[in-house]
Design a protein around this ligand. Structure first.
Ligand SMILES: Nc1ncnc2c1ncn2[C@@H]1O[C@H](COP(=O)(O)OP(=O)(O)OP(=O)(O)O)[C@@H](O)[C@H]1O
Ligand SMILES: [Mg+2]
Length: 433
C-alpha cells in the first residue's frame, strides 16, 4: 500500500513556531515564504519525525522556546507518528491503537524521499546504480560490462601484437628471384658427380679411340716395313679402318658439359639460402600478422554483440521516466548527463527514481523548488498526480502557486492558492491533532 502524509503539525523545531499543513493527497504542495522564515525547517522536521534520530537537527529545539519540540504526523494508512517531551521520543500508533516504532516507519519511508539531496549529490555512477537497482538489471549489466571490458582489453593486447607483427613483416627484405625452397648442397654435389661420371665415360671412349689410333699407326708402319706382308695385313688394315670409323662416329658428337654453374651455385649457396630464409620469414610474418588482425576483428564483433545486449537489456527495462536511460554507467535524461541537466530536470529525475525505490513510500520532500518556472511547476505537479505521488516542496515565493506560506515560523493557508478552486476533495482521514 502506498503511504502519504495526510496532515502534519510541528511546533518549536528549529525556526518553526507553529506549523500545520494538510498536503494534497497527490501532486505538489508548495510551502512558500520569504528567506529565513522556516520553510526548510518544516522539511527537516518531517525527516526527523519519519526518518529517525539520525535526522534530528543539531539544534532541534527553537531558540527562545521554553517548550520542547513537538511533531505530529498523520499518515494515509492511519498511523500517527509523534515526537514530544523532553527527549522528543518517538511514538507510533496504528489505527487499532497498537504501538509501533522506527522499524514500522522504515517499512514504508524511503530514505532518499526524505533526503533527496543525498541522491542529488551522489556520484554519477551511484545515481546510475540506483536506477539499475530499481529496474532490476544491475547485476546483468555489471556482468555485461565486465565481459565487454575483458574482451576489450584482450582485443587491445591482440591489436598491439598485430601492429608489431605487421610492422615487422613490412621491414623484412624480399628477393623475388630467389628459389621458393632452400637449395640442398647434397643435390648439387650429386648432379656434379653425375656429370663427372659421364665425363669419365667420355674419357674412356676417347682413350679407346687413341688405342685404335696407335694400333693403326703401328699397323701402317708394319705395312710399310713389311710390304711383302701387305696383302695379309691388308685385311687387318681394313678391319681396323672400319673399327676406327665406328669409334670415330661414336666419339664425333661427344660434348663435355660444364660444371661451372653448379660450382658457382655451390659457392653462392649461403647467399641464396640467406635470401630464401628471408623470404620464408617474411611470408611467416605476414601470415602471423594476418591471423592476429583476424582475431582482432573477431573480438570487435564480440564487443559489438555485448554492447547490443546491454542496449537491449536497458531498452526492455521498465524505466521510471521516458527518455531516462543508463549508458556507460551514467544516467542520461533526454541524452544529457546529470551535470548537463537543468535544475528542474534534475529534480524531476531524482523524484522519479526515488519514487520507484520504495513503492510503499508515496511522498517525497523537495527543498528549493524555485528552480522551476510556473510552466514546469504545473507540468511537474501533473506528472506527480499521474504517478500518485505526493511532493511537499519549499519555494522562496509568496505567489499563488504556494498553498502554505510560512512567516516567522508560523504557517498560513494561502487564500489565493490557485488550485483551491478546482482541487478534488481531500481524502478523509481519521484521528487528528
Ligand atoms: N534551533 C533554532 N532556533 C532558532 N532559529 C534557528 C534554529 N535553527 C536554525 N535557525 C535559523 O532558522 C533560519 C533558517 O531557517 P530555514 O532554513 O527553515 O529557513 P528558510 O525559510 O528555508 O530560508 P531560505 O529561504 O533561506 O531557505 C536561519 O536563520 C537559522 O539561523
Ligand atoms: Mg530553505
Amino acid at each position: 500500500m502506498t503511504v502519504t502524509i495526510n496532515r502534519l503539525e510541528i511546533e518549536n523545531v528549529k525556526r518553526i513556531k507553529a506549523v500545520k499543513i494538510e498536503p494534497s493527497a497527490t501532486g505538489l504542495t508548495i510551502v512558500g515564504g520569504n528567506n529565513n522564515q522556516g520553510k526548510t525547517s518544516v522539511l527537516d522536521a518531517i525527516a526527523w519525525a519519519l526518518g529517525g534520530n539520525k535526522y534530528k537537527p543539531s539544534q532541534a529545539q527553537r531558540e527562545g522556546s521554553q517548550v520542547p519540540p513537538t511533531l505530529k504526523i498523520v499518515m494515509s494508512n492511519g498511523l500517527i507518528v509523534e515526537r514530544k517531551g523532553k527527549n522528543a521520543s518517538l511514538k507510533v500508533i496504528d489505527p487499532n491503537g497498537q504501538k509501533g516504532g522506527q522499524q514500522l516507519l522504515d517499512s514504508f519511508v524511503e530514505e532518499l524521499a526524505i533526503n533527496l539531496p543525498k541522491f542529488m549529490e551522489s556520484t554519477p555512477k551511484e545515481k546510475a546504480d540506483t536506477l539499475l537497482q530499481i529496474i532490476g538489471v544491475g547485476d546483468q549489466l555489471a556482468e555485461l560490462e565486465l565481459k565487454e571490458k575483458e574482451i576489450y582489453n584482450n582485443r587491445h593486447a591482440i591489436g598491439v601484437i598485430a601492429d608489431q607483427k605487421e610492422k615487422f613483416a613490412k621491414e623484412q627484405e624480399y628477393y623475388p628471384d630467389a628459389p621458393k625452397e632452400l637449395v640442398s648442397i647434397a643435390e648439387l654435389i650429386q648432379q656434379q658427380q653425375a656429370i663427372l661420371a659421364k665425363n669419365g665415360e667420355n674419357a674412356r671412349k676417347r682413350q679407346n679411340l687413341a688405342n685404335y689410333q696407335a694400333q693403326l699407326d703401328n699397323q701402317t708402319a708394319l705395312v710399310n716395313r713389311l710390304a711383302q706382308q701387305l696383302e695379309e695385313e691388308q685385311a687387318k688394315l681394313s678391319k681396323l679402318a672400319n673399327d676406327v670409323a665406328i669409334a670415330q662416329k661414336d666419339a664425333m658428337d661427344l660434348l663435355d658439359e660444364s660444371t661451372a654453374e653448379i660450382e658457382a651455385n655451390i659457392a653462392q649457396i649461403d647467399e641464396i639460402n640467406r635470401k630464401v630464409r628471408a623470404n620464408l620469414d617474411k611470408e611467416k610474418a605476414e601470415e602471423d600478422a594476418k591471423a592476429q588482425r583476424e582475431e582482432y576483428n573477431t573480438l570487435t564483433t564480440e564487443i559489438e554483440a555485448v554492447r547490443k545486449e546491454k542496449r537491449d537489456l536497458l531498452t526492455n527495462a521498465d524505466l521510471p521516466l521516458p527518455d531516462l536511460v543508463v549508458e556507460d554507467g551514467k544516467l542520461l535524461y533526454k541524452g544529457q548527463e546529470w551535470d548537463n541537466m537543468s535544475g528542474s530536470q534534475q529534480l524531476m529525475v531524482a523524484t522519479a527514481i526515488v519514487r520507484k525505490l520504495k513503492p510503499e513510500c508515496g511522498f517525497v520532500l523537495i527543498d528549493k523548488l524555485e528552480q522551476m518556472d510556473q510552466v514546469t511547476l504545473k507540468e511537474f505537479g501533473e506528472w506527480l498526480k499521474r504517478e500518485g505521488l505526493q511532493a511537499i516542496a519549499t519555494r522562496v515565493s509568496t505567489g499563488d502557486e504556494c498553498s502554505i506560506i510560512i512567516t516567522d515560523g508560523y504557517s498560513e493557508e494561502n487564500p489565493n492558492y490557485e488550485s483551491h478552486k478546482n482541487t478534488t476533495a481531500k481524502p478523509s482521514w481519521e484521528g487528528g491533532f
